[in-house]
Write a protein that binds this ligand. Structure first.
Ligand code: FCB
Length: 467
């Protein structure tokens, strides 16, 4: 570790994962199907036809994974809870074996001296809430309907009652932008819908679900409550008026539809110019919703990977007669002259500092302390003859982003934690197992875990901080 700048005392270093991406055991111990089981089992939707059926088999191997975390020396581990393990039919009937699994995981973490940070929704909605089963009483409709937000609050209350005394840090939703727009507008995530107004209804119901979950977590008396957003740094491709206007639309969809209601208790002023009649004709908002959505938070989680270069684009039609609400009159263009990760994502750490500083300028004292709940990179890893993975690009990526984070702290942004994405190589959604984000390699044939150079580097960084 070469001369890495120090972080404030009490700063939390962690690593993150998510249930569907690592657990496997998709049909074990009473787990119900989720929309990601359905999506990944639909031919043609995920690269190589990969599914999360087995993934990293973390459901059975969690003690080994906690041992890797302990050896890494992290202060905290961010994992997510699979709603369909807890409420398999989405209808309120609780599966005790699902609760048991997370209870064992949490105990294992605490015994290792690692603080658990639990995400309640990392995209694996019980399938019965999307399409009702014959036996269940769930209504279906997914996040298009308000009932799903209410079911989410009930599930949250159950989990908080069982784990609230042992899990100090709670995240209601992970990246609701992906749930709403990738899920219901462009169909690149489960449930794979391509719809206009329903995607905006999903935005609102996710926000309402967040608000109701905050209430449930507060009633359970947990220590810290927050939400994780994937806020984007959108840069104009040129300084033409058309591209600048496209940036406003991208900012609205990616950032403001979330931060304005949550942090400022108002809807984004630019929503009409962004969504047009899709939003003006909307009837899913109710009086009192903004108060619910804007309850005070203990922290804001931010996932950050890369900047987006935005250019103007014509309005696209997908299905006949249905306008999409996303990729709506803007398009992403490649950022020139910077390295790209295996995802093709631009590596531009300065934009990380800029995003955080701009957010602080925008919201001032209304901005809660920040935890970076994900940051990391997929690289073209290879196993060397010595069996090691010398992932120099990932080490550079992490070092440069931590340096950029430190610059934001120096500029007055209150950032209290950082979780690397990810502890393990895992099921990268529509990219399947093709993209590797782990600091630990997973051989999917044998389930052997091999810490990469980035793991050793991160370990030294944390150890140096502890003196
Ligand atoms: C984020 C997701 C996470 C992972 C990373 C690479 O959008 O929250 O599950 O897929 O991207």
């Amino acid at each position: 570790m070469s001369g890495f700048p120090g972080f404030p005392s009490g700063f939390v270093f962690g690593a993150a994962t998510a249930s569907y991406q690592i657990e496997g055991a998709a049909r074990e111990d009473g787990r119900g199907p989720s929309i990601w089981d359905t999506y990944s089992h639909t031919p043609g939707l995920v690269v190589n036809g990969d599914t999360g059926d087995v993934a990293c088999d973390h459901y059975h191997r969690y003690p080994e994974d906690v041992a890797l975390l302990r050896e890494l020396g992290v202060d905290s581990y961010r994992f997510s809870i699979a709603w369909p393990r807890i409420v398999p039919e989405g209808d309120g009937r609780v599966n005790p074996k699902g609760l048991d699994f997370y209870s064992r995981l949490v105990d294992e973490l605490l015994e290792a001296g690692i603080e658990p940070a639990a995400t309640l929704y990392h995209w694996d909605l019980p399938q019965a809430l999307e399409t009702p089963s014959n036996s269940g009483s769930a209504a279906g409709g997914g996040w298009r309907v308000r009932e799903t937000a209410e079911r989410f609050a009930e599930y949250t209350a159950v989990v908080a009652e069982h784990l609230g005394d042992r899990v100090p840090r709670w995240i209601t939703l992970n990246e609701p932008w992906c749930s709403a727009f990738l899920g219901y507008s462009i169909g690149r995530h489960a449930p794979g819908a391509k719809e206009g107004t329903p995607a905006l209804a999903a935005v609102h119901h996710l926000l309402v679900g967040h608000g109701l979950a905050v209430q449930a977590l507060r009633s359970a008396g947990v220590r810290e409550v927050g939400i994780t957003l994937n806020l984007d740094r959108n840069l104009p491709a040129t300084d033409s008026a058309a591209d600048l206007a496209a940036v406003v639309r991208a900012d609205t969809q990616h950032n403001l539809v979330w931060t304005e209601p949550i942090l400022a208790g108002r809807y984004a002023a630019t929503e009409e110019e962004t969504f047009g009649e899709l939003i003006t004709a909307a009837d899913f908002r109710r009086d009192g919703d903004l108060e619910l959505i804007s309850q005070p938070l203990d922290f804001l989680g931010i996932n950050y990977y890369r900047p987006i270069v935005v250019a103007d684009a014509p309005l696209r039609e997908t299905d006949p007669g249905k306008r999409v609400a996303t990729d709506n009159r803007y398009q992403e263009v490649p950022m020139p002259d910077v390295r790209k990760t295996a995802m093709g994502w631009a590596v531009a750490p300065d934009t990380f500092t800029d995003l955080l500083v701009a957010l602080k300028q925008q919201y001032g004292d209304a901005l809660p302390p920040i935890h970076i709940t994900e940051n990391g990179s997929a690289e073209h890893d290879t196993v060397s003859e010595d069996g090691a993975v010398h992932d120099t690009d990932r080490v550079d990526y992490l070092r440069d982003h931590l340096t950029a984070l430190r610059a934001a702290i120096d500029a007055g942004v209150d950032v209290q934690g950082y979780y690397v994405w990810s502890l393990l190589d895992n099921f990268e959604w529509a990219f399947g197992y093709d993209k590797r984000f782990g600091i630990v390699r997973v051989d999917y044939d044998t389930q052997v875990r091999t810490p990469k150079d980035s793991y050793h580097w991160y370990r030294s960084l944390i150890a140096a901080r502890h003196g």
